[in-house]
Design a protein around this ligand. Structure first.
Ligand SMILES: Cc1cc2nc3c(=O)[nH]c(=O)nc-3n(C[C@H](O)[C@H](O)[C@H](O)COP(=O)(O)OP(=O)(O)OC[C@H]3O[C@@H](n4cnc5c(N)ncnc54)[C@H](O)[C@@H]3O)c2cc1C
Length: 618
């Protein structure tokens, strides 16, 4: 007799191909989706486990050219490995599903995208990414106590016309030292990869294959307690998962096992990779530990913890295909100068995409009582306190955003906000060894993370760690023993993350933006006369006044924090040659730079603007 059950659909899971996969990806984000595609294209059987359903990450990524060529390689490998009949086709027009063409093509254009429409083949006019056409650096740091502005424009990288696997760099330092070529919503790129895997899974299930090439469990996680990871006597790990029911409970997403659902045994994979983003509870369960990264900035203070605080906002404002960075001076209560960084990221032909992130000075606390807005003793969880806190935070953001966007605070206040302001703390953390079992490693941000201003996290996972997974399968195919292959894989993951950390270190203390690429960074130094030996003043993490901040909560990307207003479709104004602090009357009280003490506004002012450099860098 069949018993009726409220979740019969979810419980009647077809488990063909779920056990003993070649590759088991735990956490389907940037790293593991690309790794899974490489494993699949290498003729390996893939199982994926993800707890949040479809991709959701709302940030806008700057993307290196490598990713395009990698997609091209996967398209080619799929044809070599499975032939035309083994490659998915568009459900709308039956054309072959080619990852590289959906990502970027000279036959399609950039714009405001609905990723699934492009991926399905319904929208054949657009590709997923925008190209970067403007790379700008504004150096607004004071010189000798005087406001000073230097603007440097560097040429955008030339666009590849077609994917070419020979241009793939497997050295992560070389990838990160190259400039970003594209911009795209992280979610769109993640969706592209996940939909491809889903298409293969569907093809194989419909064809009645006993062992489909791909199986995805996207509302699942490794079962808790002793049931999830079971260590075998030979050191390999067997993995069991549970089906999740997710619900919003008092403002937080909670997940519990779907009532009545059984544990699903995934058996013993040849290789499993845990890449669950920053802070992986599964990695922790397996004994993996991370430690804070300490960086010696060569300023005589020895090593300090690499940490910085930022406010992130997604607003509806036209930035175009632009990557703009700014560094400015601010002065703390101690009278010392601190440097603040801001970044603005847009999207070609999409006037409503503007990601603006601004750094918070180490000494700044958004405390309404300390700022005199509320009386002593106001409860920090009272509505008045929270309202005043949000007000101060947003005002701070607007001042800083005005500095990089060259718009007034007043104008910005009327622009629609889709996300934020969200205060988050960037703390670099890394493990010692990615290897956690005879058959498993930790990768992506779960192994270690650098500074997001390098635009390097997804690149490290997708171009670094994922190509190591490809090499792992190639190594096995050459007859190398699994033990040696996984040792090489783990060493490769560590080397990639170390490269990201090395590129990140200067972002805490030096002025040159690393996500322009090394060569363009040199140009910025040459044009602006920045002395690379001069360092920012940093406070030791344990001396900072605000240490209770947490990194961004991934679930936040699934909520829209909305301030309604206008979509600003006019282009950004030309960057003024004048420093913001020289544009306002000294007694007006307004201060676009967000400085905490009155500023000196007299004396010689050095303002230089370099010419737009039209010549492409090699
Ligand atoms: C504001 C901001 C801007 C950024 N800009 C850039 C940029 O321009 N370029 C760039 O390269 N990088 C950028 N990054 C960094 C990039 O987003 C991350 O480094 C990258 O997403 C990390 O990839 P990952 O695979 O390690 O993890 P994620 O992409 O975070 O994926 C982890 C996945 O694991 C899932 N998961 C978590 N726990 C579990 C569990 N227990 N069971 C099952 N699944 C689980 C999550 O739901 C998620 O889908 C930026 C980051 C931020 C915050």
């Amino acid at each position: 007799m069949v018993l009726a059950h409220p979740h019969m659909d979810e419980l009647n899971v077809d488990l063909r191909g779920a056990r003993d996969a070649d590759f088991l990806a735990i956490g389907l984000g940037a790293t593991n989706l690309m790794s899974a595609l490489f494993a699949l294209a290498s003729g390996r059987r893939v199982v994926g486990v993800e707890m949040r359903g479809d991709p959701f990450l709302g940030v806008h990524w700057n993307i290196r050219e490598n990713v395009y060529h990698q997609f091209g390689l996967i398209d080619e490998m799929m044809l070599w490995t499975y032939g035309e009949a083994g490659v998915p086709r568009s459900p709308v027009n039956n054309k072959p599903f080619r990852l590289a063409d959906k990502f970027f093509s000279t036959h399609t254009v950039s714009g405001e995208v609905t990723a699934d429409e492009i991926i399905d083949g319904y929208d054949n006019a657009l590709h997923l990414v925008g190209t970067i056409q403007h790379i700008e650096f504004i150096d607004d740091r004071y010189r000798n106590g005087i406001p000073n502005r230097v603007v440097t424009n560097v040429a955008p990288p030339p666009l590849p016309t077609h994917p070419d696997w020979r241009k793939i760099r497997t050295n992560t330092k070389a990838v990160l030292d190259g400039p970003s070529t594209y911009q795209a919503e992280a979610r769109s790129i993640l969706l592209l990869m996940q939909r491809y895997l889903e298409a293969i899974e569907q093809m194989d299930l419909e064809a009645g294959r006993e062992t489909p090439r791909v199986r995805l469990f996207t509302h699942h996680r490794v079962a808790p307690g002793d049931q999830g990871f079971i260590r075998l006597p030979d050191g390999r790990i067997r993995i069991q998962i549970e089906t999740l029911q997710e619900f919003d409970y008092q403002g937080r997403f909670l997940r519990v096992r779907l009532p009545g659902s059984p544990i699903i045994d995934l058996g013993v994979p040849k290789l499993f990779v845990i890449a669950e983003g920053y802070h992986s509870t599964d990695a922790e369960r397996l004994g993996f530990q991370q430690h804070d990264v300490a960086v010696d900035h060569g300023d005589g203070r020895g090593s300090v913890v690499a940490q910085a605080d930022f406010v992130a906002v997604d607003m509806m404002l036209r930035i175009d295909g632009r990557l703009r960075r700014r560094i400015s001076s601010t002065f703390g209560p101690d009278g010392c100068e601190y440097w603040l960084r801001q970044i603005a990221v847009g999207h070609e032909n999409a006037p409503e995409i503007a990601w603006v992130l601004v750094q918070v000075p180490d000494y700044k606390v958004f405390d309404p009582v300390a700022e005199g807005m509320l009386p002593e003793g106001t409860e920090s969880n009272s509505p008045e306190f929270v309202a005043a806190y949000r007000h101060i935070l947003y005002d701070f953001f607007l001042e800083q955003a005005a500095g990089i966007l060259e718009l007034s605070v007043h104008e910005l206040r009327h622009v629609t906000v889709l996300y934020g302001p969200k205060l988050f703390s960037l703390v670099e953390r890394v493990g010692d060894d990615p290897r956690i079992a005879v058959n498993g490693v930790i990768a992506g941000d779960s192994f270690g993370n650098g500074h997001f201003l390098t635009s390097g996290g997804a690149m490290t996972g997708m171009c670094g760690h994922a190509t190591r997974v490809l090499e792992y399968w190639q190594t096995l195919s050459r007859g190398v023993q699994p033990e040696e292959a996984i040792v090489r894989l783990a060493a490769g993951i560590k080397a990639d993350t170390d490269a990201w950390l090395a590129v990140s270190a200067p972002e805490f203390s030096e002025a040159v933006p690393s996500n322009f690429g090394a060569e363009r960074g040199e140009k910025v130094i040459a044009a602006s006369g920045i002395d690379p030996a001069v360092r920012a003043k940093l406070l030791e993490a344990n001396r900072r006044e605000r240490h209770s901040l947490i990194p961004l909560d991934p679930s936040d990307w699934r909520r829209l924090v909305f301030r309604n207003g206008r979509i600003r479709t006019m282009p950004l104004p030309e960057i003024s040659p004048l420093h913001p602090d020289l544009r306002v009357p000294p007694d007006s009280g307004a201060d676009l730079g967000g400085n905490a003490i009155p500023l000196q506004r007299t004396g010689e002012v050095a303002v230089r603007v370099t010419e737009q450099d039209g010549a492409p860098l090699a």
